[in-house]
Write a protein that binds this ligand. Structure first.
Ligand code: G3H
Ligand code: 13P
Ligand code: ZN
Length: 372
């Protein structure tokens, strides 16, 4: 049916052959479609950007774009403040867990607000991408494309190879119509990815990447080279122990696999998930103030620095921000047990996250000054 939606201050109506049909007079499923069309929005109208140009520059310049997850206002404020102060492009990531926790509509408007906040902080040309992290169905990716995301990840890594390609291709075909970029994943990361738990990691097979990228049409590829999600990335038996500190020393990432992948797909944007370093100073503060995180361990920062200089142009960090937040909150509440104003502990937590994000941008990823 051809027609158009008419919206004025007092009512919504469907105009068909010059007849105005008030919404109350049309059937419910058609009404829902009209409402859906009315609230659809393209990310370009929100001042967001997709990852295409960000990644091309990062690959050329030998640095990586930070991809920080957010679930709440303080994390978002801290990310934007850190990026505005360092003029770093940024990918704001929303997981499906975050959508459930914070409400998808609210998160989308928060990202729109983030662009304005960045400008208010004096960042003239903010380069902010709003990205779905670990999308697991076509429908979820479509809904994000329709509601203003500029990039989506379809994570078919737990599916058989051909099914992963087919699902990724379907998302790519839809997303590219709106110039939304698509990240795919090949290989399995150990740990928890939303509701998917994998005991073992399976490195990405370099011999599959050309076929996968070509047939799926994805814009970037998340690979598995030994990173994993969360604050316990390596089991004690995979590590050695520093005799001086007693801390776990993790095994190195599989840089040989990364090099093979880079050789097969020169210049193609590669993504590293599970890239928190689990700073031991936060773990210590948490443990000293009522927490219990024994043997929490992450990916050493020098390995991430090395990865950022190669084909890796997006590095995902979520757990480190959670640790910074938790350490600061525990410290305030332990020192001031009578405190009950959330601003008095969320404020210091926000300041600590700004410090953390700036450190990652300047000292690890090298993305500072790349979005003047
Ligand atoms: O991939 C995992 C991200 O850290 C998101 O975590 O699913 O708990 O929001 P989440
Ligand atoms: P971390 O748990 O290492 O922060 O990884 C986050 C991530 O990969 C989000 O997709
Ligand atoms: Zn991830």
């Amino acid at each position: 049916m051809l027609g158009g939606l008419l919206k004025n201050s007092s009512f919504l109506s469907w105009v068909d052959n010059k007849k105005h049909i008030p919404l109350q007079k049309i059937n419910n499923s058609f009404k829902l479609n009209i409402i859906y069309l009315a609230i659809m929005v393209n990310y370009k109208d929100l001042g967001l950007v997709n990852t295409r140009e960000m990644f091309a520059k990062a690959v050329d310049g030998g640095y990586a774009i930070p991809a920080f997850n957010f679930n709440n206002m303080e994390q978002l404020q801290a990310i934007i403040k850190a990026c505005a102060e360092t003029k770093s492009p940024v990918i704001l990531q929303v997981s499906s867990g975050a959508r459930k926790y914070a409400n998808q509509t609210l998160l989308r408007y928060m990202a729109e607000g983030a662009v304005e906040y960045a400008k208010e902080l004096g960042w003239e040309h903010p380069q902010i991408c709003l990205h779905l992290d670990h999308g697991d169905t076509f429908e979820l990716c479509k809904s994000c494309v329709d509601f203003g995301f500029s990039s989506v990840m379809i994570d078919g890594s737990s599916l058989p190879y051909e099914e992963n390609i087919a699902l990724t291709k379907k998302v790519v075909e839809y997303a590219h119509q709106f110039d939304v970029t698509v990240e795919a994943e090949l290989g399995v990361l150990a740990g928890v990815e939303d509701d998917v738990v994998a005991e073992e990691s399976h490195y990405t097979k370099p011999e599959e990447v050309i076929d996968f990228a070509t047939r799926s049409g994805c814009d970037s590829l998340a690979i598995s080279i030994g990173t994993s999600h969360g604050a316990y990335k390596f089991k004690p038996e995979q590590c050695t122990r520093d005799p001086q500190t007693g801390r776990l020393v993790p095994p190195p990432l599989a840089f040989d696999v990364l090099a093979e992948i880079e050789k097969k797909l020169p210049g193609f944007p590669i993504v590293l998930h599970g890239s928190s370093s689990v700073p031991q100073e936060y773990v210590d503060i948490i443990n000293a103030n009522g927490g219990n995180m024994p043997d929490a361990v992450g990916v050493p920062e020098e390995q991430l620095r090395r990865a950022a200089k190669s084909a890796v142009c997006k590095i995902n960090i979520d757990s480190d921000s959670r640790l910074a937040f938790t350490a600061a909150v525990r410290k305030v509440l332990a020192e001031k047990p009578g405190e009950f104003d959330p601003r008095k502990y969320c404020g210091p937590a926000r300041d600590e996250m700004v410090k953390l994000y700036k450190h990652k941008i300047i000292e690890v990823l090298g993305s500072d000054g790349k979005a003047e």
